[in-house]
Ligand binder design. Structure first.
Ligand code: SGN
Ligand code: CA
Length: 533
């Protein structure tokens, strides 16, 4: 039997491939899933915040759909990637935080695509140990990866590659597509490291971006009075918690001269290691731009007030952050041009998103983790001319949980029953009017860097209810329509009693639906306690 089936398959497969390429038969789409790291939607110009200009990502908005309310289920790097791959919440796929082990043996959508005749690749940041499964080709960064002359693990073998990480990730992606087997459809996960901390832009962008002056968010000087303990005790304030050398790029020797203490124990080392990776020529070009900025800071620092210092640090942060976004945008442009030149633009689904959102000074913060808007939401733009309308915006509550089922749906592969997300293919076609009215969120990495307390919650298109636990037991409720910046917790406001009751009901229902429980939270507490011992 196996012999006969083998023979039959050997004959049938090329025929099937030929049929796919032939006219009459609709070809299965290719998929380019672009995900950057920590790219807040505020820094995609199509979202209209006016911070920067991303003409290439914006092409996807013009030629496809932009989601205004796309969210993640757990606003942290590796957990977000695990959700993308498995289509399951963190408490089901097991990757609850950046430390937990990810079990590559479990099913993922790339494995499914591979089993159904797709060729697959994973290129760039994945932030998970172990050889990626489900990919014919993988070229991944180690852990967080490096900006200059980074190390990659290419199909399991470590190798340092000269160049700038964002450009290299783009090069490798285009290269892999160019060399693919044209008889099969492909799916590539094109994962940029940028704009992750410590924000080192490409040399071609530093002169322009270090001159940038952006508008401050209205909540830059938030005193957290309207909210709970979690917001007050988080350690992600731009003035207090950012590294002087590592992040703001003040040379370690200058820190000593000015009497600046290291913020984190690796503050100076981050600077030395990151810049130390540059070639002498690269370093010269870098210093030519940054030295004068630092010399100017040195003169001004002694007379700067705390407010002035916060303002300086905010601008410095934005310059480098937005500088790294510029190369990501270049890469998207190169990819779109490449698809067009190679006749692939009609039949390729292109998605642009980030592993989560990011604070660009809102509430005085950088980083993410919280279920508050800037980190809960993530940019999401999709282009696929064969099916998706052009230039539309959608406020539907889609999540990264939905990527796996959506992509399988487009590929014509049955969605495994245990995936928890839902395909939004019909939603994009305007054929699904019963989309979910609330999303569920969990966050676990505490106590840890940035000290964002454990929490879970529910968000509808108007309200948000959050429960912080572990070493507190606090609830927060926000009315996003009246209070879009989430400055006032109305959990105890009698005017919101019935809203609160309904949201709580919804929360209980979602926890049940997704198979989450207090028992899960307890189980993961044990993991954390063990980790600290
Ligand atoms: C590092 C960063 C943190 C960041 C985490 C997780 N610190 O620890 O600021 O929150 O990564 O980021 S650093 O000083 O080492 O840069 S994530 O995107 O990978 O989840
Ligand atoms: Ca991230």
């Amino acid at each position: 039997w196996t012999k006969i089936t083998g023979w039959m398959l050997a004959l049938a497969l090329p025929l099937m491939a030929a049929a796919q390429q032939g006219s009459g038969v609709k070809k299965r789409p290719n998929i380019v899933y672009i995900m950057s790291d920590d790219h807040g939607y505020q820094a995609v110009s199509a979202y209209g915040y006016g911070l920067n200009h991303t003409p290439n990502i914006d092409r996807l908005a013009k030629e496809g759909v932009l989601f205004t309310q796309a969210t993640v289920t757990n606003s942290l790097c590796a957990p977000s990637r695990a959700v993308l791959l498995t289509g399951k919440h963190s408490f089901i796929n097991g990757k609850i935080d950046n430390e937990a082990r990810f079990d590559w043996n479990q099913d993922n959508f790339a494995k499914q695509l591979q089993q159904h005749g797709y060729q697959t690749a994973l290129i760039g940041k994945i932030h998970m140990d172990g050889l990626p499964q489900g990919f014919d080709y993988s070229a991944v960064l180690i852990d967080q990866g490096e900006y200059y002359n980074p190390n990659f693990i290419i199909n399991g073998k470590k190798q340092q590659v000269p160049g700038y990480v964002t450009d290299l990730t783009t090069d490798m992606t285009l290269d892999w597509i160019a060399k693919r087997d044209t008889a099969k459809p492909f799916c590539v996960l094109f994962h940029q490291k940028a704009p992750h901390r410590e924000w080192l832009p490409a040399l071609r962008h530093i002169a322009e971006y270090t001159k940038l002056k952006v508008k401050e968010p209205s909540t830059l000087f938030d005193d957290y009075k309207g909210r709970g303990t979690a917001a007050r005790t988080a350690e992600m304030n731009i003035l207090k918690d950012m590294n002087w050398a590592g992040d703001s790029k003040i040379p370690p020797a200058m820190m000593d001269e000015l009497g600046l203490k290291q913020t984190l124990t690796w503050d100076k080392a981050a600077y030395t290691n990151n810049l130390g990776r540059m070639t002498p020529d690269e370093r010269k070009a870098w210093d030519a731009v940054y030295d004068p900025i630092m010399a100017d800071f040195k003169k001004r620092y002694p007379s700067m007030s705390k407010t002035e210092l916060m303002r300086w640090r905010y601008q410095r942060y934005m310059q480098d952050y937005l500088g790294t976004v510029a190369a990501v945008d270049d890469g998207v442009g190169r990819l779109l041009d490449f698809l067009k030149t190679n006749g692939l633009d009609e039949n390729t689904i292109v998605i642009y998103t980030s592993d989560q959102g990011f604070y660009l000074g809102e509430h005085g913060w950088f980083d993410k983790r919280f279920m508050y808007e800037e980190s809960l939401r993530t940019p999401l733009l999709i282009r696929y001319p064969a099916e998706i309308p052009q230039g539309k915006r959608s406020a539907s509550l889609v999540q990264n949980l939905d990527f796996a089922p959506t992509l399988l749906d487009y590929a014509g592969v049955a969605v495994p029953k245990d995936m928890q997300g839902r395909s939004f293919r019909k939603l994009l076609n305007g054929k699904d009017t019963s989309w979910r009215d609330a999303i569920y969120y969990t966050y676990y990495e505490y106590p840890s860097i940035h000290m964002v307390k454990r929490h879970y919650g529910v968000r509808t298109n108007r309200y948000k209810l959050i429960h912080f636990y572990y070493d507190v037991d606090e609830w927060e409720l926000y009315d996003l329509e009246k209070d879009p910046h989430e400055m006032k917790n109305v959990y105890n406001d009698p005017a919101y009693a019935s809203v609160r009751k309904n949201l709580y009901k919804k929360l209980v229902q979602l926890r049940k639906q997704y198979k989450d429980s207090d028992a899960n939270d307890q189980r993961f507490l044990q993991v954390a306690v063990k980790k600290q011992q």
